[in-house]
Design a protein around this ligand. Sequence first.
Ligand SMILES: Cc1cc2nc3c(=O)[nH]c(=O)nc-3n(C[C@H](O)[C@H](O)[C@H](O)COP(=O)(O)OP(=O)(O)OC[C@H]3O[C@@H](n4cnc5c(N)ncnc54)[C@H](O)[C@@H]3O)c2cc1C
Length: 202
Amino acid sequence: MSKTTQRKAVIVGAGIAGLAAARRLSEIGWEVVVAEKAPERRGGGYLLALTGLGYQSADRMGLLAALSARALNPVEFRYANAAGRFGYCVPGDTMRAVLGQDAVILFRGDIESVLYDAIPGNVDLQFGQTVDEITQDDTGVQVTLASGGTLTADLLIAADGLHSATRRQVFGPEKGFRRDLGHMLSPPPRSTSHPTAYPTAP
Ligand SMILES: Cc1cc2nc3c(=O)[nH]c(=O)nc-3n(C[C@H](O)[C@H](O)[C@H](O)COP(=O)(O)OP(=O)(O)OC[C@H]3O[C@@H](n4cnc5c(N)ncnc54)[C@H](O)[C@@H]3O)c2cc1C
């Protein structure tokens, strides 16, 4: 840690993790620079369920009300293959029963919007920015930006998503570090005689 009174963080990536970290660090008095590779906000994404640790974090960050205001209450979830052919559906009530009470169903882009809106104005959010070089010593971390500038910080957060280039720069190839959490996806049932199967897209 440097001996400056205000601590400084460089966050690589303005996705969900990057924006959440920026908000929290700024809130507790850190100076924060966020370097995002994309030229503008990346608000896309599909429907997902915010549960477990994500739900608890949103609650502790005071963002649950804003997220819940964007929640959807689907009647049913229909799963289709890449050709648009429906395989099966899950009734909304079943999904809600499985997820439990502490869950918000919403679009990934709405989580990004809520976080973005919650970022204090003093966070230096730089779009179209990447990190070329990272070095560290006992006093902190030095970050050379692709735009040419150099930043010295107490903390570097690699929030540049899956296959993070920043983590690769610091730790080496991800195959040595990536941990399989055992999640699995199942293909839809083949039989169209399944009671909840949809033979063709409506
Ligand atoms: C546009 C988009 C849509 C998504 N849609 C879904 C979805 O529908 N369902 C789902 O489950 N997950 C989705 N994800 C993934 C999901 O957001 C993340 O896996 C999860 O939220 C973890 O967040 P994260 O901040 O670690 O990563 P991400 O949300 O992936 O954010 C990483 C950010 O880092 C930026 N970045 C990448 N490389 C660099 C670099 N070298 N320098 C600077 N910035 C960099 C990316 O542009 C991105 O903004 C999506 C991600 C994105 C970016």
